[in-house]
Design a protein around this ligand. Structure first.
Ligand code: NAD
Ligand code: DAU
Length: 337
């Protein structure tokens, strides 16, 4: 296939691009704004491969989108491009509104003009929190944060293009991803790098919030299944095989890195913090997908990847991340990293 992958220089987008080029022989054009979270280095394993083209640009810029489509003549657009950190959305929601609402609209218009298939990559957070049971695709949307509310807005806009214009849109909602190349603002890479450096491990509130962990390679394969076999107009959930409390994840990282339990510090809770996410993935399983990676093994591999790839995270930890970290944790935790 020929694909336009928006946000393909981020964590999951780059995992998806590597998978599609190497395992499916797809020709991929990546359009990415290269925000703090996007890095061309995330695609370096494909350096020199003529099946990959890269264009720096924002999805809310119709000229950049048109240029990317001209460059790759795609049959489908897969949209990963997003601001993805809940804590940043609480501190400054504006970029979230622009990228998720306006950016998705610009992409949908481009798809409509050219009758392209469109896959919107979304999140379980649009359903809000669930203390008991599991969300299905029919669960009502009840997002809690500016991040999840603007992701829900993008989903609704995408669905409206199916209902109103007959655009072949599919939506896939994933649970918490982990794996190599994840920016260290997120729970797992943050804890791994802090544990390795002897820095504090900041647990929000009581740490008993539960997340449903999926390896990014499994989520990427689910997106591929929806792209190839999904029914236009439908939503598909893709959750991982394991649910864990945050504090259990942090304790496991302490064991894997040889850090000390005394590094763990309970800090102020996230405002509006969702207590638990849980997804039923029966519908995407019916398309032939199933997760391959259990959390225990995937977490150990992920810790090993961060340990073995300092050249990936060192430039991040010395740049914009330091300022973010000081703003987010400074008063509670002092100067780390
Ligand atoms: P990420 O932050 O690592 O990557 C986001 C990418 O989008 C970056 O490369 C960034 O430069 C790019 N981007 C941001 N704004 C852009 C814009 N306006 N125009 C073009 N590019 C832009 O995020 P991720 O964790 O890889 O998430 C990718 C997608 O998957 C997002 O849509 C996210 O909502 C969704 N998702 C993430 C998770 C998770 O646990 N990380 C789970 C479910 C769904
Ligand atoms: O569920 C899917 C979502 O998962 C994606 O849509 C988001 O893009 C992605 O960021 C992620 O959202 P979360 O808010 O669940 O992920 P985060 O890594 O920020 O936090 C995971 C849990 O860990 C959450 O309960 C908050 C907690 N946490 C996080 C950080 C960064 C801490 O206790 N301490 C921390 O320092």
């Amino acid at each position: 296939m020929r694909l336009l992958v928006c946000g393909g220089a981020g964590f999951i987008g780059s995992t998806f691009v590597r998978q599609r080029v190497r395992e499916h022989g797809d020709e991929v054009t990546v359009l990415d704004k290269l925000t703090y979270a996007g890095r061309e280095e995330n695609l370096s394993e494909l350096a020199g491969d003529e099946r990959l083209r890269f264009l720096k640009g924002a999805i809310e810029d119709p000229r950049a989108v048109a240029e990317a489509i001209e460059l790759g003549a795609p049959e489908a657009i897969v949209n990963f491009a997003a601001e993805t950190h809940v804590d940043r959305s609480i501190a400054a929601p504006d970029a979230f509104v622009r990228t998720h609402a306006l950016g998705t609209y610009v992409l949908l218009e481009a798809a409509r003009e050219r009758a392209l298939r469109y896959v919107q990559v979304s999140t379980d957070e649009v359903y809000g929190s669930i203390e008991v049971g599991t969300f299905t695709e029919d669960s009502p949307l009840a997002p809690s944060s500016p991040y999840s509310a603007t992701k829900a807005a993008a989903d609704l806009l995408a669905q409206s293009y199916f209902h109103t214009y007959g655009l072949p849109v599919t939506i896939i909602r994933g649970s918490n991803n982990y794996g190599p190349y994840q920016y260290p603002e997120k729970l797992i890479p943050l804890m791994v790098l802090n544990a390795m450096h002897g820095d504090p491990l900041p647990v929000y509130g009581d740490g008993m919030q539960v997340r449903n962990w999926i390896h990014a390679s499994d989520f990427s394969r689910a997106i591929g299944h929806v792209l190839e076999h999904g029914e236009p107009g439908e939503v598909y959930n893709a959750g991982g095989p394991d649910e864990e409390a945050n504090i259990t994840v942090v304790r496991r990282i302490i064991e894997l890195t040889g850090a000390s339990e005394s590094q763990m510090e309970h800090v102020a809770d996230r405002p509006g913090h969702d207590r638990r996410y849980s997804l039923s993935s029966e519908k995407v399983r019916a398309l032939g997908w199933e997760p391959r990676c259990r959390f225990e093994e995937g977490l150990a591999d992920t810790v090993a990847w961060y340990r073995d790839n300092p050249s990936w995270w060192q430039p991040i930890r010395s740049g914009e991340y330091r300022e973010y970290y000081a703003r987010q944790y400074g008063q509670a935790l002092g100067q780390a990293p």
